[in-house]
Design a binder for this molecule. Structure first.
Ligand code: NAP
Length: 292
């Protein structure tokens, strides 16, 4: 493969789809990881119709299912040795969700999809990232966390087993965990050529037609919100920047805005004791896969 290889999860919609197109247009071979074959094929076909020469490939995986993530890593490793960029874009956040839902493996879905799946996938592909001249792991967090300054990862009950489920807190908890993971990974890989950085995504327009569960009122709320939101295409430019900018080859453990600037992430996600505890918790879920 003469092109740089990028795995991009959640690539059939929103920012992921826009980023697949932009990365492809900029010379990457993009492996679009989607959980639904038809939605993945439709997105790939649509991008290809506008840009026939770009290099895209579909792999199917449910990022909330650890066996599925493991199979994805095996499928990748059968075909490729080198992985240049791994972007953990896929995430779930259904504002209408009232109760905890569990995956077939029995893990609360937000925690599994937005945090555990990305950690497992990185871990299983670390050797491939190390084969790259400059492997890059890119995680995604949210600017909305600024409105939750006191939120922490619940080390005793991240899955809402003994407290009432709250989708907003479950989502932001998963994003905090991803930031903490990014910082942990950057330290673990400090003597390697692999970097690990996180993007702080602000309000980005969403496609409400993907969310039939939303009430008319919520659709109206989103339409108002979208007036102050950037487009997925604008956001995708930061994904591309972190994936390819040569000046970033040694920059690691940082938090980037949609303007491609490094921003302070606050003390909590950088605190060594917090990082240790959150990663011990994460490992307790994934240890059977030999993670860490
Ligand atoms: N939009 C915003 O305002 C905003 C703000 C802050 C942060 N973010 C973050 O930015 C990223 C992209 O957001 P977006 O607005 O583009 O979201 P989106 O339009 O809802 O797209 C999410 C993508 O992730 C996929 N996905 C969800 N669960 C998956 C799973 N278990 N396995 C594999 N793929 C899965 C979805 O596929 P399906 O079609 O199968 O559902 C879809 O392709 C997310 O990490 C999100 O948390 C977004």
């Amino acid at each position: 493969m003469d092109k740089k290889v990028c795995i991009l999860t959640g690539a059939n919609a929103g920012i992921g789809k826009a980023a697949a197109e932009l990365l492809g247009l900029n010379g990457f071979h993009v492996i679009m990881v989607c959980r639904d074959k038809k939605r993945g094929e439709d997105a790939l076909t649509k991008i290809k119709q506008s840009n026939p020469s770009i290099s895209l490939e579909l792999m199917i995986a449910d990022m909330g299912n650890m066996e599925s993530v493991k199979k994805l890593s095996e499928e990748f490793r059968k075909k490729y040795t080198v992985l240049d960029v791994l972007i953990h874009n896929a995430a779930i956040f259904n504002v209408t969700q009232k109760n905890a839902v569990h995956t077939a493996e029995g893990i609360e879905t937000v925690w599994a999809t937005n945090h555990l799946g990305p950690v497992l996938l990185t871990s299983l592909l670390l050797d491939n990232l190390k084969q790259s001249d400059n492997g890059r792991v890119i995680t995604i967090s949210s600017k909305g966390l600024l409105a939750k300054p006191l939120l922490k990862v619940d080390l005793k009950d991240p899955e809402y087993k003994s407290k009432k489920f709250n989708i907003v807190n479950a989502y932001y908890q998963s994003k905090l965990a991803q930031m903490i993971y990014t910082n942990w990974l950057s330290k673990k890989l400090k003597d390697s050529s692999v970097t690990s950085n996180c993007i702080r995504v602000p309000a980005v327009q969403i496609d409400v037609s993907r969310h039939p569960e939303l009430s008319s009122f919520m659709k109206w709320v989103y339409s108002q919100k979208s007036k102050n939101s950037i487009t997925p295409q604008e956001m995708a430019k930061t994904y591309l920047f972190l994936a390819q900018e040569s000046n970033l080859s040694k920059i690691t453990g940082e938090y980037f805005t949609e303007k491609n600037r490094v921003v302070d992430q606050g003390k909590y996600t950088k605190d060594n004791e917090t990082i240790k505890k959150v990663m011990e918790l994460t490992n307790s879920y994934l240890e059977k896969y030999g993670v860490l």
